[in-house]
Write a protein that binds this ligand. Structure first.
Ligand code: ADP
Length: 222
């Protein structure tokens, strides 16, 4: 985050704000469209809220935070089924005892960004699997979809700010190429990392590695 934080924050807000302005102007000119436009305005507000929460948490990271992975995954499942009831979402792995050294809101934001991307870049209904594995050093969480995939020449750039493989398509879907850079910033903040593998027309897998896993008894995993 450091010295680029302000520019990052300013740009993060632009996309949902532009969308909100567009809908507000539509309403001014065509008040009879209120029922169609209102839901989209609420969705843009939700996105703004999520981004501002993430930026605040990244700007002033809380010390000594931890969370139970199962609780965060439950919230992600609920969010996803509210927003995309058609999506087929499976969670695999023995994660009930896992406690992670990360703010639960930040982890939720990172996972929701990946899950929303899996929906955006898949033919409906998206098929998404989240796989959790824990060992003595780290917990890995894989978010895998069977969507459009990413061409090998684009893969090295997808975590860069403002990079979109197909910027017209991303804009149409409400993105401007910042979601993955935010996810990467979150992982860096907690000393973890994120990697991707993908094949065009077959799907993508994003692997998050989060350090310092504890069991529910407070014992480091061995
Ligand atoms: P955007 O707002 O454009 O979605 P992101 O930073 O979230 O920005 O993602 C960067 C680019 O990576 C996207 O424009 C898209 O081309 C590609 N991408 C991200 N996630 C996926 C995915 N699950 N499947 C296919 N392409 C993806």
């Amino acid at each position: 985050m450091n010295e680029n934080f302000l520019s990052f924050a300013a740009h993060e807000f632009r996309s949902p704000l532009t969308i909100l302005r567009g809908y507000a102007e539509t309403l001014q000119e065509h008040p009879h469209l209120a029922s169609q436009v209102a839901g989209k305005m609420v969705a843009a507000c939700d996105r703004l809220e999520r981004i501002s929460r993430a930026l605040l948490l990244l700007a002033q990271p809380k010390k000594d935070v931890s969370c139970f992975l199962s609780e965060v995954l439950l919230r992600c499942r609920e969010n996803l089924s509210e927003r995309h009831p058609e999506a087929l979402f499976t969670i695999v792995g023995n994660f009930f005892a896992l406690e992670l050294r990360i703010d639960p809101d930040l982890l939720e934001i990172a996972l929701m960004n990946l899950l929303e991307n899996s929906v955006k870049y898949s033919k409906s209904p998206a098929q998404i699997t989240l796989i959790v594995e824990g060992n003595e050093k780290a917990v890995t969480i894989v978010v895998a979809d069977k969507g459009i995939g990413i061409a090998p020449e684009s893969l090295p750039f997808i975590f860069d700010r403002f990079y979109s493989v197909d910027s017209l398509r991303s804009k149409r879907l409400g993105g401007i190429g910042l979601g993955l850079s935010l996810v990467k910033a979150i992982l860096q903040e907690v000393g973890g990392d994120i990697q991707v593998t993908s094949r065009l027309d077959q799907g993508s897998s994003f692997t998050l590695r989060l350090p310092q896993a504890f069991t529910r008894a407070g014992r480091q995993l061995v």
